[in-house]
Design a protein around this ligand. Structure first.
Ligand SMILES: [Zn+2]
Length: 309
């Protein structure tokens, strides 16, 4: 078994704690349009926070960024500099953000694209992804999202590379899609479930998929009526309930932090950095009665099992 990182494959035994859904630099402009100032800024910021993460025993971060702001060489550089392993993603985001070339592609061409990235490397580099990221942005899958979901399922079955899905808000649709496709359930992680319907969360858990809880500590500052932001104590209660019901093996936790490139500044996305998980969320879970060995399953054993091919 191995885990594919941006510096090559590593043995699962090398992995300590994992954050399974994070970002570093995010922007929505074409690569050629992006101001180089962001790169000097990000090179200053990320290594320092990664070094902080190491203090909590975390040594692997999955960067879920795909599309224009995915930078394989930058991830490799961060990883070499800090010793934090980075797993990068191939795939596509929600319909709204799809590049034009994807809309024109047939399902088999998308399949070929994903497979090529996995086998040869991302964006023509030799750096390989370790996860397939796909996304749905509404209660149903659009025509293009459906193409992508089918292609990702096929590539996952062929290569064993796991899939991670932006599942808000259509978690039920996505769960049903994967059940119909008969994809191995331990290969699928459904992310941002915390904001979905509680019945849908329980349904996805019962069906055996991994659930990734994200976006902690956001309600204080930025919720502004957004429905995808859930009070932290609610998310903690969801996790504790599911652990007590026997779904510990399927739970993973991450912050979904990002630096957004805006007005020549890097804006921390919803303020709480990666370390917030270990500083605050883990403390709250322990206070609510989770045991240390259960925390270890959530941050180490589960992500290792999920990411290993
Ligand atoms: Zn994300």
């Amino acid at each position: 078994m191995k885990i594919q990182t941006v510096r090559g494959p590593i043995r699962p035994s090398e992995v300590k704690k994992v954050l399974v859904h994070e970002h570093t630099l995010v922007h929505y402009q074409k690569k050629s349009a992006i101001n180089p100032v962001y790169f000097s800024l990000i090179r200053k910021k990320v290594p320092d926070i990664f070094m902080e993460l190491k203090k909590y025993g975390c040594n692997l971060v999955v960067d879920q960024t795909i599309g224009y702001s995915r930078y394989p060489y930058l991830y490799k550089e961060f990883s070499e500099k800090t010793g934090i392993h980075i797993v990068a993603a191939t795939g596509f985001y929600t319909d709204k953000y799809l590049p034009h070339f994807v809309r024109k592609m047939e399902e088999c061409e998308i399949e070929e694209y994903l497979q090529q990235e996995i086998e040869k490397g991302m964006d023509g580099t030799e750096i390989k992804p370790g996860v397939i990221k796909i996304a749905s942005g509404s209660m149903t899958l659009t025509r293009d999202e459906k193409k992508i979901f089918h292609a990702a399922t096929k590539v996952c079955k062929k290569t064993d590379v796991p899939v991670q899905v932006h599942s808000y808000p259509g978690l039920k649709t996505i769960t049903d899609f994967f059940l119909k496709q008969k994809i191995p359930r331990e290969k699928v992680a459904l992310a941002h479930v915390e904001a979905c319907s509680w019945l849908d969360i329980k349904h996805a858990a019962e069906k055996g998929f991994y659930l990734v809880f994200t976006n902690f500590g956001r309600e204080m500052k930025e919720s502004k009526g957004r429905e995808d932001i859930v009070p932290e104590d609610v998310i903690i209660a969801q996790i504790v309930y599911l652990v007590r019901k026997g779904y510990l093996r399927q739970i993973m936790i991450s912050q979904d932090f990002a630096f957004f490139a805006m007005d020549k500044k890097l804006v921390p996305y919803f303020h709480q950095p990666y370390t917030y998980i270990f500083e605050t969320v883990v403390v709250k879970l322990l206070e609510r009665g989770l045991k240390i060995h259960e925390i270890e399953k959530i941050f180490t054993e589960n992500p290792i099992r999920y990411l290993s091919v």
